[in-house]
Write a protein that binds this ligand. Structure first.
Ligand SMILES: NC(=O)C1=CN([C@@H]2O[C@H](COP(=O)(O)OP(=O)(O)OC[C@H]3O[C@@H](n4cnc5c(N)ncnc54)[C@H](OP(=O)(O)O)[C@@H]3O)[C@@H](O)[C@H]2O)C=CC1
Ligand SMILES: O=C(O)C1=N[C@H](C(=O)O)C[C@H](O)C1
Length: 265
């Protein structure tokens, strides 16, 4: 399968180039960066710390999308929505790891999925998607006397909060409990907040250093507490998940899929 990477110079972009190069049956067909990037003109392999791959980083996504079977996209919401339109025009696979998307962005992805095969997830790792299944089950088993709190920590360069993973876990908890996350979500607490509202799902965000991604979900009940956690130790887990998602979606009809579909969870 021919796969292109957009946001090629990013922390994830470079991991994705490596993952494509290391996966049997995949070839890197293109590497895209934004206009003005210092990576333009470089070989994508060299950029990713590999021997040259013969693929030059370009700021022309149109040409790249016309000559690939799939695109791996861990960029920004603004870029991802534009790339989704291009994926729809080219009728290709679009794997989206970008987080921080707003409701309007999700609507654009849903429109693009009429023609593109889109796989989107706030976390592409096997571990987090298994954790989400556990959270759903625990939330379904426990009543509202168990308060749900989600804590995440990421590196100092992360620009969105709560993380896509924290929101994915919050959705799993809300589904398990049979409630709407939008109505129960509490993402900030400061000053005289009053007592915790029964049924709320709380989020706390920590940022610092080089932390790749730590998440924990706590169910705090009367006299006991359950905490389930995931610690990402290497960004390769996300990149490998993205490549698996692309290979999985290659044979699927157009639509909007998630990692639970890919992993058969
Ligand atoms: N779902 C998952 O499993 C994971 C998701 N993520 C998410 O992926 C995203 C990227 O993370 P990360 O790699 O750390 O961030 P980076 O900022 O390191 O990388 C993003 C890259 O995209 C580039 N970019 C921005 N706009 C465009 C554009 N229009 N065309 C081409 N390239 C563009 C940026 O260039 P420039 O810097 O020059 O603007 C940058 O090189 C985030 O939303 C993050 O939360 C991260 C890890 C795992
Ligand atoms: O920005 C990151 O780095 C990460 N983003 C994703 C998120 O928002 O959850 C996934 C991972 O935790 C790393």
């Amino acid at each position: 399968m021919r796969l292109a990477v957009v946001g090629a110079e990013g922390r994830m972009g470079r991991m994705l180039i490596r993952a494509v190069a290391e996966t049997e049956g995949c070839t890197l067909s293109g590497a895209v960066e934004r206009e003005g990037s210092s990576a333009l003109g470089q070989d994508a392999g060299t950029l990713a710390g590999l021997p040259p791959l013969g693929v030059t980083v370009t700021d022309d996504p149109l040409t790249v999308f016309a000559a690939t079977d799939g695109v791996l996209d861990f960029t920004t919401p603004a870029a991802t929505t534009v790339f989704a339109e291009l994926s729809a025009q080219a009728r290709i696979v679009h794997v989206i790891g970008t987080t921080g998307l707003a409701e309007a962005d999700f609507r654009k992805l849903a429109a693009a999925a009429h023609h593109a095969r889109i796989v989107r997830s706030g976390n592409m790792s096997l571990g987090v998607n298994l954790l989400a299944g556990l959270v759903r089950k625990v939330a379904a088993a426990l009543g509202e006397d168990f308060d749900i709190e989600i804590v995440e920590m990421h590196h100092r360069m992360k620009v969105d909060a709560p993380s896509g993973t924290a929101l994915l876990l919050g959705e799993a908890a809300a589904e398990g409990r049979g409630v709407d996350l939008a109505e129960t979500r509490v993402s900030t607490r400061d000053g005289h907040t009053g007592a915790r509202r029964p049924g709320d799902i709380g989020f706390a965000t920590l940022r610092g250093g080089t932390v790749i991604g730590d998440h924990s979900v706590t169910f705090a009940g009367p006299g006991e507490r359950i905490t389930i956690s995931h610690h990402a130790e290497d960004r390769a887990i996300f990149a490998r998940g993205a490549v698996s998602a692309a290979l999985w979606a290659h044979a699927k009809p157009p639509g909007l899929y998630g990692m639970a579909d890919v992993l058969g969870l």
